[in-house]
Design a protein around this ligand. Sequence first.
Ligand code: C5P
Length: 230
Amino acid sequence: MDLCVALDLPSAEENLALAESLKTYNIWMKVGFRAYIRDGKAFIGALKKINPEFRIFLDLKLYDIPNTMADAAEEIAKLGVDMFNIHASAGAVAMKSVMQRLSSYENRPLVLAVTALTSFDEENFRMIYEKGINEKAEQFAKMSFENGLDGVVCSTFESRAIKNATSNDFLTLCPGIRPFGEDAGDQQRVATLERAYEEGVDYPVVGRPVYRDSDPKGKVDEILKVISTF
Ligand code: C5P
């Protein structure tokens, strides 16, 4: 299980200070909309400068027509990040186009597909997808697996069923982790690290419980201690 910390702070300086405080840890850094839209490619470089070993997940959740997604995927590969994601609902053709375009890259980034956002509850999810979260997440995961993606973004509660329906090696990255019962915020389906471990989660993502803590480094330390007992 590899911890992924979300860098969702209001400025590049604060995100970089957080990364600096965590530079001795072997962890993933998640760069999302807020940081990437504001600070762009230079921010990725600045993170790598702090620790070249940081692995970077660019969480931009691509959703567009297949050719546009493949173009974007290629630009992302050139950035040298280690993982990025697309929306599964962009469909099988988009998935194939993205994977085909990346096939010539020797060290291509891992590609994950977002199944159901962890902020959805059952009722609001059905209003859009007309199916329950479990059923639809599994269907999206199978489609992602069949089209050569490396894994999915899902909630902890779908992780095991998705692995059973695809492969144990098919990666699950799960936001909405509240390591020690912290406030859920806008997340609807939150889980502890122990539950994430039981459900086979590969990458637990933790944002607010780390960066809103008065001692983020101490928090990461506690989290890694728990993970090391699994
Ligand atoms: O602060 P918190 O721990 O809830 O952060 C979760 C992070 O994961 C946020 O950056 C959010 O954008 C991201 N995310 C998510 N649900 C998804 C995909 C990404 O919450 N399905």
